[in-house]
Design a protein around this ligand. Sequence first.
Ligand SMILES: Nc1ncnc2c1ncn2[C@@H]1O[C@H](COP(=O)(O)OP(=O)(O)OP(=O)(O)O)[C@@H](O)[C@H]1O
Length: 327
Amino acid sequence: MKKALPLKGGSAGSRHGTKTQKELENVLKQYFGYSEFRGRQLEAIEAVLSGRDCFCLMPTGGGKSMCYQIPALVKTGIVLVISPLIALMENQVTSLKSKGIPAEFLSSTQTTHNKNKIHEDLDSGNPSIKLLYVTPELVATYGFKEKLTKLYSRGLLGLVAIDEAHCISTWGHDFRPSYRKISSLRKQFPDIPILALTATAVPKVQKDVISSLCLQNPVILKASFNRPNIFYEVRYKDLLDDVYADISNLLKSSGNVCSIIYCLERAACDDLTIHLSEQGISCAAYHAGLNSKVRSAVLDDWLSSRTQVVVATVAFGYSFFLHLPGI
Ligand SMILES: Nc1ncnc2c1ncn2[C@@H]1O[C@H](COP(=O)(O)OP(=O)(O)OP(=O)(O)O)[C@@H](O)[C@H]1O
């Protein structure tokens, strides 16, 4: 485990009362192994460290998580991360822990024993947890609000980060009613910075997110969506002799890279999965017709490279797409 950095206060010459760019880069290097910040990361980090609310628009895989993970390492108190997908939370917490960063998540999938341990830590005089991932549904409960209020009154709530913040907007394609309920956080904790993160660039959604969360004079950051590492090619189905054969040839010629194939219908997912399996390609279907146990096993197998290809409907969160190297 890496040695934890001193987490409190700023040093002489620090900007924003916290850390200089160099110091923040050192933290980035020490924990994540990267030498420099990407896109608008540094500005977002500086904004929240100076106590400002911030709305940050970055493409999928652009590095939004770093905008709250670095503050968690240099700021006093806990960073609360509100995230819509349990699988994403689990994934991030596992990855943070492997880097020696104390992070936890609270969700229905946790055992009572683990939940109790987390609550004990939060209730202790000096919690070790730096990042706590929760669902919007949990934040809306009375019991959890009470817990947050206690942390806040003890000066232990450092930042609220809202991942996939477009889910708060009724204009967004991923609208989640419980996200609306987290808008009360601004009133509840008036001086705690809120960082809203999204990859949804629709202006109507952005405005709605900012006003629904009652962000106060937020720093608004928009990163470029140009992705030079992404290559697009269109193949017309009507011009192909055999679409399935074309897909399996493409997969075979690309080596053993992890892939997702999106289909419009569940039946097409099942059908293509059978075809690719017959061609010796390791693959699995993922759609809402499968129970949650099967879906989570498919996701786990794919994330850990035991399965090469997932053939899915949009039920498979596209946010996983860019989380793996080599895709
Ligand atoms: N400054 C950086 N330099 C190099 N790589 C980075 C940097 N910041 C983040 N990354 C890497 O980029 C990848 C994507 O980061 P991250 O998961 O935070 O993206 P994201 O914007 O949250 O994506 P999504 O929209 O899917 O949630 C990760 O592997 C992360 O370690």
